[in-house]
Design a protein around this ligand. Structure first.
Ligand code: AMP
Length: 298
């Protein structure tokens, strides 16, 4: 596995490979790799000839007072895991190479960056869009892979890539979970044992919502109330039911919806989501608000 530190070397390495007809895949991360990252990398590796992984804890997506300084890091272990997952090249830029003195250019994906996590982390998606734009320019992959765990991030990046006409295919990958349902995250390391137990309520509430919608519930408020009851005692930032592409709140459960939430459990800020794709005929209008029993869900 090659390890590259500078943007110019990274760019040249991929350029040479692409000249020989290789298809280049790219997985950007902030490191402290876990099984979710590994599954994402293995999936990506299966879709390209050469896989580039970046590890960069991006300062511009953290607000003052957030965990930039204390974000977990373990480069030695990450190197071993990346090699194991079949990564061909590891890109490890320094912050000063990505944001040199005098840096002034940022990418702002309007509207999509403002709701959900954006409302609680102002500037976060501006930092994310900016660093992903830069990494895509530096690496120049044919395809880049992102986890659906960060659903809003994926929507923002898809929009940016489309709007700015980056010649890259963006592919999402389903959330990898612990056996009890908790979404894997580098920040789970912050959880003390009792907090880890409480954190499972997040995915349980999402699965409950999915099951209720699949059973025919059409009333958003009912679903949100039931989720809130399951999240009692948890410091919830938001729970929302939105359109998976526009991220606008939906008032009625018809068609695919994204149910997304964020909560603070101890020191950790955790996010999770589920997409419920309702593709069946709805119950008659007069049944709205009541569950239609026995309707299958895709
Ligand atoms: P991060 O290092 O947290 O910035 O994540 C790097 C990439 O891995 C992002 O595209 C994430 O969405 C993805 N990712 C993180 N956790 C998971 C997970 N549990 N399942 C699938 N993908 C994930």
């Amino acid at each position: 596995m090659h390890v590259i530190h500078t943007p110019s070397e990274m760019h040249n390495w991929v350029y040479m490979l692409k000249k020989t007809g290789k298809r280049v895949g790219f997985v950007p991360t902030m490191g402290y790799l876990h099984k979710g990252h590994l599954e994402l990398m293995k999936f990506a590796r299966g879709h390209c000839d050469v896989l580039v992984l970046s590890i960069f804890v991006n300062p511009t997506q953290f607000a003052p007072g957030e965990d930039y300084g204390s974000y977990p890091r373990d480069l030695k272990r990450d190197l071993e895991l990346a090699q194991w997952a079949g990564v061909d090249c590891l890109f490890l830029p320094e912050a000063a190479d990505i944001y040199p003195a005098g840096y002034r250019t940022f990418v702002d994906v309007e509207t999509l960056s403002e709701g959900l996590c954006g409302a609680f982390r102002p500037g976060h998606f501006r930092g994310v869009a900016t660093v992903v734009a830069k990494l895509l320019n530096i690496v120049g992959p044919d395809e880049a892979f992102f986890g659906e765990k960060d659903a809003q991030q994926l929507v923002v990046i898809r929009r940016m890539v489309s709007d700015l006409q980056f010649p890259v295919k963006i592919t999402g990958f389903p959330t990898v979970r612990e056996s009890d349902g908790l979404a894997m995250s580098s920040r789970n390391v912050y959880l003390a044992a009792d907090e880890r137990e409480r954190a499972v309520a997040l995915s349980r509430a999402l699965f409950h919502a999915r099951d209720r919608i699949c059973a025919g519930e059409v009333n958003v408020e009912t679903v949100l109330e039931e989720m809130s009851a399951m999240l009692t005692g948890i410091d919830v930032e938001y729970v929302e039911v939105v359109d998976p592409e526009s991220l606008e709140r939906v008032s009625r459960l018809c068609g695919p919806v994204l149910i997304a939430l964020a909560a603070r459990v101890g020191k950790a800020r955790l996010i999770d989501n589920i997409t419920v794709d309702w593709s069946h005929p709805r119950p008659a209008e007069s049944d709205e608000g009541s569950a239609a029993e026995g309707v299958p869900c895709l």
